[in-house]
Design a protein around this ligand. Sequence first.
Ligand code: SAH
Length: 218
Amino acid sequence: MYRQQLKFKQRRENLVDQLRSKGIEDERVLDAFNQVPRHVFVDTALEERAYKDSALPIGMGQTISQPYTVARQTELLEVFPGERVLEIGTGSGYQAAILCELGAKVYSVERHKKLYEKARSTLRELGYSVELKLGDGSLGWSAYAPYDAIVVTAGAPVVPDDLVNQLNVNGRLVVPVGDEKKQEMVRVLKVRENEFEQERYRNFKFVPLVGEKGWKEN
Ligand code: SAH
């Protein structure tokens, strides 16, 4: 058992080296990657592949994002301890755990019941405290708004306006926007009431955001 844990710890360190060489610079984000056991968030049959820099299936046609993508999104969010962060697309719960390691109070919405339940038990087992909701995250989660940061881990056709409306002043929204094949990472910063700045970053590939303010289910 101990030997097994040590093996995964070493693989995490290798993954962190890879992320650094691919351009991730925020040491707090890299530290978080060293803390979260990604292999626990995937099926045991996929455990051996958990520390490669690639996406893996998690059921219901969905994936746990590639570590580089999670790292880049997290870096762009610029999360500080004590901040309130909303994630859309809980999936396996891995990104939520990374945000917890950064000291955030994390809220996360998932539309698939099976994934929501699985993520809830994984996060609980590892001792991460996250507020989870089953529902359509394209509308945000108004009950706990406003948030200091919002991250969407599925590709949207446009920047969902409900999410922009749930940002605090100085809040950041990071959302992949594009067609079904590829998306650009859009970062919206709420500078002051009714004033926003937008930046865009190179191409990414996500599963679609399906919902009222996302893609229609087919
Ligand atoms: N952050 C996840 C990645 C999951 S992939 C992780 O770390 O594992 C994206 C997830 O978004 C999928 O689980 C998908 O079911 C979910 N999703 C897609 N559209 C959604 C919506 N409108 N509301 C909530 N979740 C959604």
